[in-house]
Design a binder for this molecule. Structure first.
Ligand SMILES: *Cc1c(COP(=O)(O)O)cnc(C)c1O
Length: 485
């Protein structure tokens, strides 16, 4: 295979001793590889290895690589071990666990909420069993997948009805497309949010076929601005939670409770994109207040949309809750079929929602809330224990200190509020002026079996321990010895 047309002349002092692929496969050292990876893949990997060796030998380059090359090429078990290493590399998972030491608990790039055990068990079952996803076990007739969680959502939000789609972006798109296609949606200029680049209210509005009717100024919007914009062309009044920014200073916005009577008077639904959408009052757990879905609906919102994997602490999904007639219209939109969630999402969502029925136990059971409410002294104890281990692993080129720091909730929840935390701060030692020493260290930490992700700022690599639970600490510490050079 792949015979070069003009073979380079091998150096006369060396002869090429490579076994055939057949001999490599026949060797007992290959049996485990074939059993793991299958014959075809193993044959290809063995061929590729031999081709590389041959090219190396012909080029004479191996002499520089290692003096034992001639001996090694005869050693079939050693060659098969190299085949095994190549197969393992090619078959390693692309999606894998990491340690999130960024200090951002709900980190969109790291997959947001971690799910509690109850949800994990339910997903495992749903993966392996046929489920009554759209099958009513009472009547034996076809059911609706939303029914699996709708009662819980009604109970927890006070809404008449609810439906679940792929994410909150889908919820907003579906809501606007159903209720405002070809008509106007009135929204304050201070609420034209962009979430992480790809989701911008004006763009989603356009794709939904609705016309944006901007009102007010960036910092101030009044009730009269909404009133003046209302007309026969108005489909919706909309409010959007300023998830990742805050407007301060000389500001005015109109609360849902103030807007609701106006909307009702004009028979125009008032819809609210809450973004994170909490189901409990976080103040109860010592966290900053975030308007709940229930409060928003009680204040008069006709529909509320929110994410499943932000503060709610569940799987990726988007929830629309509110008036039954509007939800019924939304469910009839053909886009709903394209945006619906699968059984894994519903399997995970139901037990997470059920945890909210016991708010007194929530901070212990709901992983997201447990992480957000961890006490700084618990993290401080961990930092003090881990400091000498990391210092030892890094050597004198870096200085490691246990230090107080600030975490964020993340994913657009409570953007300006930070939580007191504790962790490790790593700085390059003065004597060791390796260019970009911290960037290099960040890369080495990413090279660990379970990559460690921190955050660089102020000439320091910050490793916030809020998301390293005590049970994970021994494994975390043990792998520090395997830090790549
Ligand atoms: C996060 C967010 C979205 C997007 O939600 P996804 O679940 O990420 O699709 C939309 N609107 C607001 C206000 C948000 O905070």
């Amino acid at each position: 295979m792949n015979q070069p047309t003009a073979l380079p002349v091998p150096s006369p002092a060396r002869s090429i001793h490579l076994p055939s692929v057949d001999r490599m496969l026949a060797c007992s050292s290959c049996a485990a590889l074939i059993a793991t990876y299958g014959r075809a893949q193993t044959v290809d990997a063995a061929r590729a290895l031999l081709a590389d060796k041959r090219a190396c030998l012909l080029a004479g380059a191996d002499a520089a690589v290692d003096a034992d090359a001639d001996a090694a090429v005869e050693d079939i078990p050693a060659l098969n071990a190299q085949v095994g290493a190549r197969l393992a590399l090619a078959n390693r998972a692309q999606l894998k666990p990491v340690y999130n030491l960024t200090g951002t608990v709900l980190h969109t790039n790291l997959g947001r909420a971690l799910l509690p055990d109850a949800a994990v068990q339910a997903v495992v079952e749903a993966l392996q069993w046929p489920m009554n996803l759209e099958f009513d076990l009472d009547t034996g007739k076809r059911g609706d997948r939303d029914d699996l969680v709708e009662d819980l959502l009604r109970e927890l939000t006070g809404a008449e009805a609810a439906t679940v789609v792929n994410n909150n972006a889908a919820a907003v798109l579906l809501m606007l497309n159903t209720l405002a296609m070809g008509r106007e949606v009135v929204i304050s200029r201070g609420e034209l949010v962009e979430i992480g680049g790809a989701f911008r209210i004006p763009d989603v509005m356009q794709r939904a076929g609705a016309t944006l009717r901007e009102i007010g100024a960036t910092n101030r919007t009044h009730r009269a601005d909404y009133a003046n914009a209302l007309g026969p062309q108005t489909a919706l009044l909309m409010k959007v939670h300023a998830s990742n920014y805050s407007i301060t200073g000389f500001t005015k916005s109109v609360a849902v409770a103030e807007l609701a009577p106006l909307a009702r008077e004009h028979h125009v639904p008032l819809v609210v994109d809450l973004g994170s959408g909490t189901l409990v009052d976080l103040e109860r757990y010592g966290l900053p207040h975030e308007t709940t879905v229930r409060e928003t609906i009680a204040a008069g919102a006709d529909l509320v949309t929110f994410s499943g994997d932000k503060l709610l602490g569940g799987p990726q999904c988007g929830i629309i809750a509110g008036r039954a007639d509007l939800i019924a219209q939304i469910k009839k939109n053909p886009l709903k079929r394209a945006l619906r969630v699968g059984k894994l999402t519903l399997a995970a969502l139901a037990p997470v929602l059920a945890l909210y029925r016991a708010p007194d136990l929530l901070a212990e059971r709901l992983t997201t809330l447990r992480l957000l409410t961890r006490r700084a002294d618990a993290m401080q104890r961990q930092a003090v224990e881990l400091q000498p281990l990391l210092q030892h692993a890094l050597g004198p080129s870096y200085g490691v200190t246990a230090q107080a720091m600030l975490s964020q909730i993340g994913s657009g929840a409570l953007p300006v509020d930070q939580l007191p935390s504790y962790g490790l701060a790593v700085r390059a030692s003065p004597g060791c002026a390796v260019g970009n020493a911290l960037g290099r260290l960040e890369q080495r930490l990413r090279g660990l079996p379970v990559p460690v992700i921190g955050r660089i700022g102020q000439d320091t690599l910050w490793l916030d321990l809020r998301c390293l639970e005590e049970s994970q600490q021994p494994a975390f510490a043990a792998q520090l010895e395997r830090l790549p050079p």
